[in-house]
Design a protein around this ligand. Structure first.
Ligand SMILES: *[C@@H]1O[C@H](CO)[C@@H](O)[C@H](O)[C@H]1NC(C)=O
Ligand SMILES: *[C@@H]1O[C@H](CO)[C@@H](O)[C@H](O)[C@H]1NC(C)=O
Ligand SMILES: *[C@@H]1O[C@H](CO)[C@@H](O)[C@H](O)[C@H]1NC(C)=O
Length: 431
């Protein structure tokens, strides 16, 4: 960074030579002196910042076996032990009434589950456990018209607790973690993860003694993909921020990923103050997010579910859409939810949230699902104008002053993430 800045200053001097020569001598000296001062100040500032960055942990709990099947059996059953859903889940009456009871498959499943929960039964107790949870006999009359992916979702939707292949048991052990970045990624996204580590997701002791931790959650790659497991293992050892659970990483398994993440966080970071959940192709203005979170009063801080709120969404019925939901599967509106590109929840809500989700069958769209769980809990999403999960206006996209006042923008390439991060931290930025 310092080097780049020096180069930049050098170029500036060269380019402005003509202008300089025209200035009176005393002005020239003064100008050069103040530039030198700026460089010294800036490199000191960088040194300080870098000295606070933690060494990458070398103790990632990664299993060294080649064979995934073998790896699974070696995992102590306790890692991480599923947090049991309390038998009595209090589901808000608002949620009961907002999801109509009708002939659609999911609606029926939900209401049957809620009735069981009402009788004091653990809503999950009748579900077969992993890996005997797939059921391809599920009866939906037009299942033949579903896409292969949706059919796979339907048959696997009772599979809720994948075993972990890679864990980071000590992620939150030392020091109170203020904010955990819980980032959804897939094995092949090495570059995106590195851009996050290099910028907004750097594990750092921020101003005010706020510790930030980062974890990426991956599923397993399919046997049809090139085998990159050795590279992922290396990455996990090098950076200590990779979690991997044994399920097929696909768009319609994001709810499963989210639920596995909740379970892991409850086990490994139960006292975290806030959790950010988001995609690996966003840019987060971490200082702005931290200053917002630390400014909250305690009543708000303990019930936070915030981001870009989507209020009156309904299922998309166009089979060509990525988020297509057939009417035979679900009929009804979606409760208000926060866009899954990036949102923040209070650590204090993790346990109640996980319990509430236990009463609700998996839904193919993860952010809608989390919205349902919060709705069942009786916690409404809080809109925050700084979260832009649908990007910002085209003409603002190169304007660093705009980013400086935002918290999240989706979506950006790894190169753009680095460029914007540098831009908003530049001492030369004047807004
Ligand atoms: C359902 O699973 C069984 C056993 O795994 C298999 O033999 C059968 O072909 C499957 N049916 C469909 C429709 O995929
Ligand atoms: C915990 O905090 C102390 C002091 O702030 C620091 O020296 C130490 O490295 C931190 N440990 C971790 C794992 O971040
Ligand atoms: C989700 O993962 C499970 C476990 O690997 C798999 O059986 C299921 O088919 C996957 N679902 C989708 C929609 O990919």
């Amino acid at each position: 960074m310092t080097l780049t800045f020096l180069k930049f200053a050098h170029r500036l001097v060269l380019h402005s030579n003509n202008v300089l020569m025209r200035l009176p001598r005393r002005c020239r000296v003064l100008l050069l002196l103040s530039m030198f001062l700026l460089v010294v100040l800036y490199s000191n500032f960088r040194k300080e910042a870098i000295s606070q960055v933690k060494e990458p942990p070398k103790h990632a709990a990664v299993r060294q076996t080649e064979d995934r099947r073998l790896v699974q059996t070696q995992i102590p059953t306790k890692v991480p032990s599923p947090v049991l859903t309390p038998p009595s889940v209090n589901v808000s009456s608002e949620f009961r009434t907002s999801i109509p009871e009708n002939g659609a498959y999911w609606n029926q499943l939900l209401h049957a589950r809620l009735k069981r929960a009402e009788r004091g039964e653990n809503p999950l107790s009748r579900d077969p456990s992993w890996p005997h949870c797939r059921d391809n006999q599920t009866n939906v009359n037009d299942v033949a018209s579903y896409s292969p992916l949706l059919r796979n979702f339907l048959w696997g939707m009772k599979c809720r607790s994948p075993p972990f292949l890679m864990d980071q048991p000590d992620k939150c052990k030392e020091n109170a973690t203020f904010l955990l970045f819980a980032i959804k990624s897939i094995p092949a996204h090495f570059e995106r993860r590195q851009a996050v580590r290099d910028t907004w997701g750097r594990e750092y002791l921020h101003d005010g003694g706020l510790h930030v931790r980062t974890a990426f959650l991956l599923g397993a790659s399919s046997p049809d993909d090139p085998d990159i497991s050795a590279l992922v293992r290396f990455e996990a050892e090098r950076y200590g921020d990779i979690l991997q659970a044994d399920f097929h990483d696909s768009l319609l398994n994001l709810t499963l990923k989210m639920n596995a993440f909740l379970r892991w966080t409850l086990e490994r970071c139960p006292r975290v103050s806030f959790v950010f959940s988001g995609d690996d192709d966003v840019i987060v203005n971490t200082p702005a997010l931290l200053s917002y979170l630390s400014s909250l009063d305690s009543s708000k801080a303990s019930r936070l579910y915030t981001g870009h709120v989507i209020k009156t969404a309904r299922p998309l019925r166009d089979p060509k859409s990525k988020y297509f939901i057939p009417a035979s599967f679900y009929k009804g509106p979606y409760p208000a939810y926060v866009g899954g590109g990036g949102f923040v929840i209070s650590g204090a809500l993790l346990r109640p949230l996980y319990s509430a989700c236990g009463a609700i069958p998996f839904f193919p769209i993860d952010d809608v699902y989390i919205g349902m769980c919060f709705n069942a809990l009786g916690v409404s999403p809080q809109a925050h104008g700084g979260f832009h999960t649908f990007d910002i206006r085209e003409r603002d996209r190169e304007n660093m002053c705009i980013y400086k006042n935002l918290i999240l923008v989706h979506r950006r390439s790894p190169q753009q993430v680095k460029k914007i991060w540098r831009g908003i931290h530049s001492p030369l930025l004047t807004c």
